[in-house]
Write a new protein. Structure first.
Length: 177
């Protein structure tokens, strides 16, 4: 769940629907921040997604979203999360970096255990789980450039649509099932 922004936007974007949005995380400051966003979540719970099963029955959720979570787990823990998303959700989407980076940001601080990046992912990792995968962005960049991102991101996504292995030069991956 992180800082809760996705759940908040979902709730605000569909006020006429009775969405049940569950948020799971282990980082207490993020969970507190998400809880203060105006009751976007039906439930917020501390749950180590890489080690324990979701407290839901099979295929009970329409959609599962895990944006940027996999990098904070070891590969083994990440595959556990993917297995659980597949078990609980009819459809799900995840994102992950293709390189291991340790810069400090709002959700990534190598000095705080839950925020430290522990793994990076390849298209093959997702393909072995029978997922669709595309790349975006440019690999191995430390500085952002609006021009490069605007020009190259659509190309990296389009090329990886031809074949997922063409995502090797992408900075990040999006995968879904």
């Amino acid at each position: 769940m992180g800082w809760g922004k996705v759940g908040y936007k979902l709730r605000g974007g569909y006020p006429e629907h009775k969405l049940k949005i569950y948020g799971y995380d282990v980082y207490e400051p993020a969970m507190k921040f998400a809880a203060e966003l105006g009751n976007a979540y039906s439930e917020i719970r501390a749950l180590d997604l890489g080690k324990v099963d979701f407290p839901h029955s099979d295929k009970v959720a329409d959609v599962g979203i895990s944006l940027g979570v996999l990098a904070h787990l070891t590969k083994e823990e990440g595959f556990h999360l993917l297995k659980e998303l597949d078990r609980v959700c009819k459809h799900f989407i995840v994102t992950a970096p293709t390189v291991l980076f340790q810069h400090r940001s709002h959700g990534n601080d190598p000095n705080i255990e839950p925020l430290r990046h522990k793994s990076f992912w390849s298209a093959q990792d997702f393909m072995q789980s029978h997922m669709h995968v595309r790349g975006w962005g440019i690999r191995d960049r430390t500085e952002k450039s609006t021009f490069l991102d605007t020009f190259f991101s659509p190309w990296t996504y389009a090329l990886s649509a031809i074949h997922p292995r063409l995502s090797w030069f992408s900075g990040g991956l999006v995968a879904w099932k």
